[in-house]
Design a protein around this ligand. Sequence first.
Ligand code: AMP
Length: 211
Amino acid sequence: MRILLIGPPGTGKGTQASLIQKKMGIPHISSGDMLREAVNKKTSLGKQADRYMSQGSLVPDDLVIEIIIDRISQPDAREGFLLDGFPRTVPQAQALDKALKQSKLEIDHVLQIFVPDEQIIIRATGRLIDPLTNKIYHKKFKPPPVEIADRVIQRNDDTEETLKKRLAKFHADTGPILKYYDGIDLLYKIPGMGKPEEVESRIYKEIGISS
Ligand code: AMP
């Protein structure tokens, strides 16, 4: 099954992605994670992407399209994948369609997770990540266990200022994408409030999978 997860930063997309990955056994492919890895490794892509990411802007389409199309062509993604954070623009959506069509494949579901912006800011500015396991915690709502408290980090783009910019950018860029997928009847709108398991159940109910 090929699923796209769409939602601004801080909607719990990452958490849902891990849960769905576990249940359905398909790889979770996050464009943000792949780009951050490239930045950390200081690859040529990473160096180019860093400039945009640290300002909360989108990385140019051609750079992101290339790494994602390459990633979904890997053997582990043959039976399906969960794409998180891609596509973010209509040219990215079109490039994805084109690549899938060439392999006679298609997207099954597009899941839009929505949470009010004010709530997103509260969630994301307290977000902590364990760099070893990529597990996500929160300063207030889900503090990390004591034994890993020293190693958890905050993403440098999780500040209120950068977030407001990313949210405005997300809404501007994603409006057309949502219309695009709604127009081809693939879009499901999932409220992202509540406990992770509640959101997860809503997803399975919408896409007709027993939870
Ligand atoms: P995320 O982890 O999805 O919030 O992404 C973090 C940052 O990576 C974004 O603010 C963008 O700078 C960049 N990024 C991730 N995915 C994309 C994409 N599909 N297109 C362009 N830039 C992206």
